[in-house]
Design a binder for this molecule. Structure first.
Ligand code: Z5A
Ligand code: MG
Length: 211
């Protein structure tokens, strides 16, 4: 990486189901672009690649996979994007990522017989975020939002266990936002947080997650 050039920031948007991650990720990228910043949206699972198509079929319940195998598929879907993530960050592009390894760990470890440390291993070494914005909403409110309920994992008990697991993964570069606020209010807070981090990353090297 050229040391005299500012890199982009790696901003992760996480949270339980229907907390507004996709709505906010898109709004954030649009706002950064409107301000003349370089920014792109990344989404996991990326259901467009051959690996991501397996994850998509699993979520839509048209494909059954053993629980360890699907965990590794979600991780592989991130690893296949690592070269392009690093390249874009080094080229000064800020990436707003809608779900990342934290979802991978939180959802798999909500299954019986999985511990968090095992779940973290397959994503260990992918680019570490500069900021994680974690959206919180009581699961009962999330389940009443539009489009809830047909994919795998969309049950209240499973979601509650996943949310507990997210909370075990929090570190100091996480910021929690109340997802029951209005879409615009959340957006403004996310934009302020992101702008501040973009100014801070400078030429700092990209770290590796959980290393
Ligand atoms: N999964 C996994 O197991 N392992 C992994 O490694 C990864 C994922 C990466 C699908 O993910 C599943 O994959 C997910 C985790 C698992 N399982 N579950 N459960 P996905 O990201 O593809 O899921 P999705 O279909 O995009 O749903 P989502 O991400 O949960 O929703 P969202 O993006 O958070 O919410 P939204 O689409 O922006 O908004 C939902 C609705 O709420 C919509 O009608 C909005 O207009 C409305 N909304 C949004 N914000 C607000 C506010 N502030 N107020 C009121 N209404 C709002
Ligand atoms: Mg979404």
């Amino acid at each position: 990486m050229a040391t005299d050039r500012n890199r982009g920031a790696l901003i992760i948007i996480e949270g339980g189901d229907r907390t507004g991650k996709s709505t906010q990720s898109k709004m954030l990228v649009d706002a950064l672009l409107a301000d003349g910043k370089q920014a792109e949206l990344v989404k996991f699972p990326d259901r467009t690649t051959p690996i991501g198509k397996l994850a998509g079929s699993y979520l839509q319940k048209t494909l059954d996979l053993e629980d360890h195998a699907i965990h590794l598929i979600f991780s592989a879907n991130r690893w296949e994007k690592v070269p392009s993530i690093i390249e874009r960050l080094e080229n000064g592009i800020t990436l707003v990522v809608d779900r990342y390894a934290f979802s991978g760990v939180a959802y798999t470890s909500a299954k019986r017989g999985f511990d968090i440390e095992w779940c973290k291993q397959s994503d260990t070494g992918i680019p570490a975020p500069d900021l994680v914005i974690y959206l919180t909403l009581p699961v009962d409110q999330a389940t009443s939002r539009d489009q809830y309920g047909t994919e795998r994992y969309e049950s209240t008990q499973f979601q509650k266990r996943a949310v507990e697991n997210f909370e075990k993964l929090m570190t100091k570069n996480w910021t929690t936002l109340d997802a029951s606020q209005s879409i615009d209010a959340i957006h403004q807070q996310m934009k302020d947080l992101t702008t501040e981090i973009m100014q801070q990353v400078g030429t700092r090297s990209i770290e590796k997650l959980w290393v």
